[in-house]
Design a protein around this ligand. Structure first.
Ligand code: ATP
Ligand code: MN
Length: 560
């Protein structure tokens, strides 16, 4: 059959994609990569392909489609959250004395690494098409890292194209060799008979080889959190730069910077998208002597119960070029049902940061934070929606990293559990938590930021007794009062046991909400019991840090 005009057009488009010469020779780059990877000449390499091209291929993957607003809807298969128990670090001489070995960083030897790596690469070699994304991590050019993603799913390539910092044509031309490579063969399992392997999933990092291998999980978030893990190693070790699991934004009027630390689901992404402020980033930042910079070029928002009225910036970012994961949609209209958690409660959308109209691009500022906000989501309902922290309390809570772990982001978490995750990011720490805490303490001393603890979870009544989460509009009103300076000047009262200072009033927030001691649903005695319970959990958790922190920090925790 003679080719139609459409076929010819497609052929032409493909040949241009492959052969485009000026000013940057993509074909040449592809050939050199193919040779380096030992790919067969028949393998088609998609190198930093345009979004529509990645869409076209992704649509051939199982279940993938386009949402009514133009986002790519993709599915990550059996794993719809991270697999922290399967994260491993290779024990090698350059990093072995620095790594905080234990359940967070499981040791594997070079032999196991070689098996996993060759398994991943062999799998990629069997594919007809391989996707490569060359891009950057870290907006500050002084610290920027060149990252290469090699993967077999167009969805993974599009995800990382959204999440990393996209190079300009000129930057791509001079890209050279990557500093760090991720081999994502997530569709293919790890070999369970390999020493150190406990399941068919492995996420392995090698700081000497500067590579990462993914086998047995197609959850795309592993790649972005792998880069965060790399930054938690590289930045403090090589540059004395502090890496933080945090979001950040900057005031449109005053240019004041706020950083939000918090574990998954506590509100980093939600609260940093603020119409009065410019977004620097939603999840991964570094704090250097020069200021703050985002590691990523995209955001990764939770979509469960997303609504246009409550979170308009995020809702409107879900359009052509975004990747929606594991959502349920209407088969006729392709309208996504954000309330449906039947696949997972951890439904997500990845989009380039410029999809948030108020993004601060480049995502870096030569300013140090004026406000540090520690976010917690307390399902016990004990902690006040906002308290002002002393410097020692910031350190205590940063080291503790309390939250109630909600369902979803990690495999196997199905009901809220009180958890303590050092530095609000324990799964991504590479060094001992006190090393980050010390760096933070130094920065706090040097830059005199105000610090606050926000409970974005339940207050006044525990989740288990049918309480309600602090309405988003009140948390936002609290943030407005912090940013306007009003809250710092409010009258405060003591919150016993925890020794927190709680404001008696805050514009836009009902006063009775501010102190759970006064509005506890089951009376004073029950309240004190619950406070004591939570305080005990804090104290038990902190024992392991008692010997490595100062007396001042130790005494900044709850006392009975
Ligand atoms: P991750 O590290 O997994 O990306 P995150 O800290 O960015 O997590 P968000 O994506 O902001 O967390 O998730 C917070 C979720 O809680 C959102 O779905 C948001 O709608 C919901 N939420 C409900 N009430 C509040 C509140 N008062 N403050 C913040 N978020 C709230
Ligand atoms: Mn987030």
């Amino acid at each position: 059959m003679a080719p139609t005009a459409i076929d010819l057009n497609r052929e032409y488009a493909n040949s241009v994609e492959a052969e485009s010469t000026a000013p940057f020779n993509k074909a040449e780059r592809k050939n050199s990569i193919a040779a380096a990877l030992g790919l067969s000449p028949d393998t088609k390499i998609h190198y930093n392909s345009a979004v529509p091209i990645l869409y076209e291929d992704a649509l051939k993957e199982k279940g993938t489609t386009i949402s009514s607003t133009g986002a790519l809807i993709a599915y990550s298969g059996g794993k719809t959250g991270r697999s922290p128990k399967d994260k491993r670090i290779v024990a090698e001489e350059s990093s072995v004395h620095d790594v905080w070995w234990g359940p967070v960083n499981k040791k594997v030897d070079d032999q196991t690494w070689k098996i996993s790596r060759s398994r991943a690469i062999d799998y990629l070699r069997t594919r007809e098409k391989v996707y490569i994304i060359d891009a950057f991590a870290g907006w500050d050019k002084r610290y920027r890292i060149k990252v290469r993603i090699v993967c077999a799913r167009a969805y993974h390539a599009l995800f990382m194209k959204s999440m990393l910092i996209r190079p300009t044509e000129q930057e791509l031309k001079s890209f050279g060799e990557p500093d760090f490579t991720i081999w994502n063969a997530g569709q293919f399992p790890a070999n369970v008979f390999t020493r150190g392997m406990t399941s068919a999933t492995t996420v392995e990092l090698n700081f000497k080889a500067m590579e990462m291998v993914i086998l047995g999980t197609e959850y795309a978030g592993e790649m972005k959190k792998g880069i965060l893990t790399l930054m938690f190693y590289l930045m403090p070790i090589k540059h004395h730069v502090l890496t933080l699991h945090s979001s950040a934004n900057i005031g449109t009027q005053n240019g004041d910077v706020t950083m939000f630390f918090g574990l998954s689901g506590t509100g980093k992404t939600t609260l940093s998208a603020d119409p009065h402020r410019k977004l620097i980033g939603d999840d991964e930042h570094c704090w250097s002597d020069h200021g703050v910079f985002n590691v990523e070029g995209g955001c990764y928002a939770k979509c469960i119960d997303l609504s246009e009225s409550k979170e308009p910036e995020i809702f409107q970012a879900i359009k052509f070029g975004s990747v929606l994961e594991n959502v349920v949609y209407d088969p006729v209209t392709r309208v996504v049902d954000y309330s449906d958690s039947s696949i997972t409660a951890n439904t997500r959308c990845a989009y380039p940061i410029e999809f948030i109209p108020s993004a601060k691009i480049p995502c870096q500022v030569d300013t140090h934070p004026s406000n540090i906000i520690l976010l917690t989501c307390d399902a016990m309902g004990v902690l006040p929606p906002v308290s002002k922290l002393t410097k020692a309390q910031v350190m205590y809570h940063f080291i503790s990293g309390y939250t109630s772990k909600m369902t979803g982001t990690e495999v196997g978490v199905t009901e809220p559990q009180a958890t303590f995750s050092a530095c609000y990011g324990q799964p991504f720490l590479v060094l001992h938590p006190m090393r980050y805490a010390q760096q933070l303490a130094d920065k706090m001393s040097a830059h005199h930021a105000h610090a606050w603890l926000l409970n974005t979870g339940w207050t006044g009544k525990p989740m288990s007794k049918g309480g309600k989460r602090c309405p988003l509009k009140y948390t936002r009103a609290i943030l407005d009062a912090i940013h306007s300076g009003v809250l710092a000047k409010a009258e405060y009262e003591n919150f016993p046991t925890f020794g927190l200072r709680v404001p008696k009033s805050c514009p836009g927030v009902p006063s009775e909400l501010l102190n759970p001691a006064r509005n506890w649903s089951d009376g004073k005695a029950d309240f004190q019991n619950q406070v004591t319970n939570l305080a005990q959990l804090f104290m038990e958790n902190f024992e392991k840090y008692a010997s490595s922190c100062t007396e001042e920090v130790f005494s900044a925790g709850p006392a009975m």
